[in-house]
Write a protein that binds this ligand. Structure first.
Ligand SMILES: NC(=O)c1ccc[n+]([C@@H]2O[C@H](COP(=O)([O-])OP(=O)(O)OC[C@H]3O[C@@H](n4cnc5c(N)ncnc54)[C@H](O)[C@@H]3O)[C@@H](O)[C@H]2O)c1
Length: 352
């Protein structure tokens, strides 16, 4: 079987994980690169031996040689690029979040249905080996029915600036950027329940804290702190139709003692923590057990998870299989994210 020819659109920070993933996959070949910045596209094309590079994605999707694309651009352009690629007959791996509104998410879903092509959303946490281990316990019923989950991703200093803090390009702040990962992780492990209602609060109290000295933090490839119209912090309570609930809080800046990421799930037979590392809690012979699985990666392993995400995408395309992170899930997560922003803006609980 010949190799799948790949085009990577957006050659900034996260694209490196996609390039490396395709490069290590024996069934894929990086064929073209596109970035608004020609030098960036050219440099990646040279590094990964792609024969073509572009500054306009329309040109890349016109290239008939290309079978599939990865979209690693700013959030607001995911929808137009995904739809153009699908209409041109390409399979699509799109970075999270799927897009920036429910309307655009539904347009992407329609384009997937009409094209018959595969679209995989880059919910990379689903592909981590610790998630897969926990999911096998959950699928076997070890946690019973999961009725509560709690997800925190708090940065005390970590507004990446650039496009991340420009709402017109990002669609929002920490909620849409990092909250999306932990919300999706809980929702996926809870068995993807239907949302019933959402209460959310967003805060813009501290700004980006770019004045802070002597403490480094993650910055966008084109860092610029001057534009910042996204929230610093969001919290939300999400209720599901099956009675389960999820509490989440996320921040780019907060007067917290340290950064803190926690993801916990509670069922009627057992519980689990997946952040900061995997532990399972159960009960046997009238005794509570805290179980630590003996695995290579108890914590989230970035390289392993991205390689697994890319390998799964290639396998699904080549073998015509369903992906574990399909467009429908991207739409549902978009409903949750937008519901939180809507609830906060209106100051009310929103119902679905
Ligand atoms: N899965 C993860 O853990 C993870 C981590 C970081 C970022 N991301 C996602 O990846 C995407 C990119 O983030 P990043 O950190 O790499 O940003 P970045 O700013 O480092 O890179 C984005 C690149 O896209 C290019 N670009 C923007 N619009 C374009 C267009 N229309 N056509 C061609 N090129 C275009 C920019 O010039 C830039 O080089 C975002 O959607 C972000 O949410 C995912």
């Amino acid at each position: 079987m010949s190799k799948l020819k790949i085009g990577v659109i957006g050659a900034g920070s996260i694209s490196e994980m996609h390039f490396k993933g395709y490069d290590h996959n024996p069934h894929a070949e990086i064929s073209a690169v596109c970035d608004l910045k020609e030098e960036r596209a050219k440099a990646k094309a040279e590094l990964y031996k792609a024969t073509k590079y572009y500054t306009d994605y329309h040109e890349l999707v016109k290239n008939e040689e290309i079978d599939a694309v990865s979209i690693c651009t700013w959030n607001h352009s995911h929808a137009e690029i995904a739809i153009a690629a699908l209409k041109a007959g390409k399979h699509v791996l799109v970075e999270k979040p799927l897009t920036t509104s429910v309307e655009k998410a539904l347009e992407i879903e329609k384009a997937v249905q009409e094209s018959g092509k595969l679209l995989q959303v880059g919910f990379v946490r689903r592909y981590a080996s610790n998630t897969k281990v926990l999911k096998s316990f959950i699928d076997a019923g070890d946690l019973g029915s999961i009725y509560y989950a709690k997800a925190s991703c708090l940065r005390r200093l970590g507004n990446p600036g650039g496009w991340f803090s420009d709402k017109s390009r990002s669609g929002g702040g920490p909620l849409i950027d990092i909250g999306v990962h932990v919300i999706d992780l809980c929702w996926y492990l809870m068995g993807r329940p239907k949302v019933k209602s959402i209460t959310g609060n967003t805060y813009r109290k501290l700004g980006n804290r770019s004045h802070i000295q002597n403490l480094s933090f993650y910055k966008a490839a084109d860092y610029d702190p001057t534009k910042n119209d996204v929230e610093d912090m969001t919290n939300a309570l999400i209720r599901f139709q099956n009675g389960a609930s999820l509490f989440v809080d996320v921040s780019f800046t907060l007067h917290a003692k340290k950064d803190d990421t926690q993801v916990k799930l509670y069922g009627d037979k057992g519980g689990a923590e997946i952040e900061p590392e995997l532990h399972i809690v159960s009960e046997k012979h009238n005794t509570i057990l805290n179980v630590t699985p003996q695995v290579d990666h108890l914590t989230f392993d970035f390289n392993q998870a991205f390689q697994s995400e890319i390998d799964h995408f290639i396998e699904c395309v080549m073998e015509n299989k369903e992906t574990i992170s399909p467009v429908q899930d991207g739409v549902e997560i978009m409903k949750i994210l937008c519901g939180i922003y809507e609830s906060s803006e209106k100051g009310i609980e929103v119902s679905f």
